[in-house]
Design a protein around this ligand. Sequence first.
Ligand SMILES: Nc1nc2c(ncn2[C@@H]2O[C@H](COP(=O)(O)OP(=O)(O)OP(=O)(O)O)[C@@H](O)[C@H]2O)c(=O)[nH]1
Ligand SMILES: [Mg+2]
Length: 231
Amino acid sequence: MSSNKIKVVLIGNTKVGKTSIINQFLRKKSEEENTKLSGDKFEKELKIEYNSKVENLILEIWNSAGREEIKTVNTIFIKNAKIIIFVYDSTNAKSFNDLKQIWFPLVNKHLDLDFDKMIKCVCANKSDLYEDKEVQIEEGQNFKNEINADIFIETSAYDYESVEELFVNCGKCYLEKKNINKNDTYIEDKDVSKDKNKNLNNEMTQIKIEEVKISKEEGTLCECCKNCCIF
Ligand SMILES: Nc1nc2c(ncn2[C@@H]2O[C@H](COP(=O)(O)OP(=O)(O)OP(=O)(O)O)[C@@H](O)[C@H]2O)c(=O)[nH]1
Ligand SMILES: [Mg+2]
């Protein structure tokens, strides 16, 4: 992985809007495309103003296909991630409680000490459905403080600006942390293709933002979905 490419993972219950957020970020919106984008990883180059300079970051975004009944986190999925986005649906209290009681402890257990070095973001999605809100902003912010996350943000996957803000804020935080810890080895992005999961990594098709296309035929499961995602 080149030094400006960073892995981003989205975690949360099924139907909270993970795919929709990624889809919107890639500027593809239809429900049909949404479905086909599940369980894969995508790349988007992001220009971020930081310290009066424009930095180029390539976000390698890993999607996961959630399933209501089974919640586990595969180590490969979060391995070497620099940014973890915990997504809940603000109109669904269960998705928030599951984030607190299941997803966060699961991820925390897997990452041990490295967890402190990652950018953690709590994302309250579906902000456009404010009349159906079941989780108040303060609750989300409190959770962010409890887990010592870097960012709390409200998004609507139907609103590009809020989704872009999510990724830009994460990118800025990453650059900031990298700058603060520049003597720390964690900032040297490991080339994941050199680790023991290299075959898995190489087999996965990456999609460039300029020509977003589906990496696998419709209806087939990609390697990511079979091996890395949350089941
Ligand atoms: N109103 C509204 N609907 C949303 C938003 N985000 C997602 N949805 C809808 O919520 C449903 C689930 O969205 P997905 O993006 O498929 O959710 P997911 O988290 O990827 O779900 P899994 O792949 O099952 O884990 C779809 O019908 C989306 O159109 C949002 O911000 N606002
Ligand atoms: Mg999905």
